[in-house]
Write a protein that binds this ligand. Structure first.
Ligand SMILES: Cc1ncc(COP(=O)(O)O)c(C=O)c1O
Length: 461
């Protein structure tokens, strides 16, 4: 922001925004007295706002998205070239980057075989709900249609996804919801909801089985789960949990849908979150990190077995997946995704994420020793959360306003942007969230943790 012309332009932008843009997840009253924030530039892991202030982005574009960092000219060039050559045709017909990206992606996902392109995490999940219902109609006379979802998980913004959403506060006032979605309990051991403290993983699986038996296994078509819960407070599952879930799915013929919208493409230190565990999914959905936000793209990935089911009988006019996503035919998404995955491979970013993740956890555990307010430290790779409590014994959550003050201190005093559970979980919006780009260095991690250290000292003493 060097000369006055640029400054004047930016004033106009700020006013245009104030007058006409409706920001996501914001109460707008405050923008009558303060300027709405505008980001103008990003490079690597850093971003600059309209006032020229620099921030370390420890949330990858706010919502775990810009995994390879900002300013990647290789992606921009590839998208530009592709748009000039062939920008779009409906997904009823193939295109070059989609075919090539599908092959590349499937190489990273042994056991999976088909990619259905669409353009948001919500939409990718909706496709699975539709497939499960169609399977129910064709195979089980419409009876096996229910979908189990978990408390504290989030799957998207549409009404069906809110119906599958375990964030009570996010869902509030948007009902009535879509029928057929059944809640199972969360698996956050720190907030053990059972009488016994013994073998929490096993108890959590038993709780799911109780629900399956209550509903009737012959009514349940699928279970949708995040491999590691993201917005619900970064919840790494307890010992034995995934093995148990997998066994239940097998026992009761329930399809397993893993929502990798956040964890996918390296975020947890493996290509996919489910690959930390012994899981064989029937469906995997992904979005955010697929093209790191350089283009909108989401994928619903299935096994060949699921795919085969939808092409059983060509003479039957209903025997295929009768669905389309207009922008699922945009070529910008897969061409950006191809470059994104090439960058992740060439720069060893999954490995960097695992190594820097370890360093992040080492520093966060050190911080926990210093600050009584840190009750729990959770996560994997560059995907971390710390839960703040007033008292380690009672585990009473801190006030949401103090969580916001902590974020504000990091932002304004240290120039570090971090996240938090926010108006999602009644009484439990008390976790700070960190998800820097997979290119993060030790120096970036230290800057992040130093900022949190300073903020916790200021807000909680
Ligand atoms: C786990 C998970 N699934 C799905 C979604 C929805 O993705 P989108 O906002 O692209 O629709 C999100 C968004 O934050 C998410 O965190």
């Amino acid at each position: 922001m060097e000369n006055s012309t640029q400054l004047n332009d930016i004033r106009e932008v700020v006013e245009n925004d104030r007058m006409h843009v409706w920001h996501h997840l914001n109460h707008h009253k405050k923008f009558e007295t303060i300027d709405p924030p505008i980001m103008v530039e990003g490079k690597g892991i850093e971003i600059w706002d309209a006032n020229g202030k620099r921030f370390l982005d420890a949330v990858s574009g706010g919502v775990w998205t810009v995994n390879v960092g900002y300013g990647r000219t290789e992606i921009a060039d590839a998208v530009r070239d592709q748009l000039i050559k062939m920008n779009y045709f409906a997904g009823t017909i193939g295109n070059v980057p989609a075919a090539n990206f599908a092959k590349k992606l499937i190489e990273k996902m042994p056991g999976m075989s088909r990619v259905y392109f669409n353009n948001s995490g919500s939409e990718a999940n909706e496709k699975v709900y539709k497939m499960v219902r169609q399977i129910s109609h064709r195979k089980y006379g419409g009876k096996k249609f229910k979908i189990l979802y978990r408390d504290r998980d989030y799957h998207g913004t549409t009404i069906a996804n809110l119906s599958a959403g375990g964030h009570e506060q996010r869902n509030a006032e948007f009902g009535p919801y879509t029928p057929g979605f059944v809640k199972i309990p969360h698996c956050l051991e720190y907030r053990n909801q059972y009488d016994s403290a013994e073998d929490y993983g096993k108890r959590s699986v038993e709780a799911i089985e109780e629900i399956i038996l209550r509903e009737g296994a012959d009514t349940i078509g699928a279970m949708v789960l995040e491999p590691i819960t993201a917005g619900g407070g970064v919840i790494t599952p307890p010992e034995g949990y995934w093995e148990g879930v997998q066994a239940l799915c097998k026992k009761y013929d329930i399809l397993l849908h893993i929502d990798e919208v956040v964890c996918g493409l390296g975020r947890t230190g493996k290509w996919f979150g489910y690959q930390h565990y012994d899981i064989k999914p029937d469906f995997v959905t992904m979005a955010k990190g697929v093209a790191s936000g350089y283009a909108a793209i989401a994928c619903t990935v299935t096994t060949e077995e699921i795919f085969e089911f939808f092409k059983e009988d060509e003479s039957d006019p209903l025997s295929y997946f009768r669905d389309i996503s207009t922008f699922g035919g945009c070529t910008a998404g897969p061409v950006a995704a191809l470059e994104n995955i090439r960058i992740i491979e060439d720069e060893g970013l999954v490995e960097n994420c695992a190594a820097m993740g370890e360093y992040l956890f080492e520093l966060l555990l050190g911080l926990q020793k210093k600050h009584e307010v840190i009750g729990d430290v959770r996560g994997k790779g560059l995907f971390a959360g710390i839960e703040l409590v007033k008292d380690r014994e009672t585990k009473e959550p801190v006030e949401e306003k103090d969580v916001q003050a902590t974020i504000g201190h990091c932002l304004n005093e240290s120039g570090v942007m971090i996240g938090a559970t926010n108006r999602s979980l009644p009484g439990f919006n008390n976790s700070l969230l960190f998800s820097p780009a997979l290119i993060a260095t030790k120096a970036n991690i230290e800057e992040l943790v130093d900022a949190v250290d300073a903020a916790l000292s200021e807000v909680f003493g």
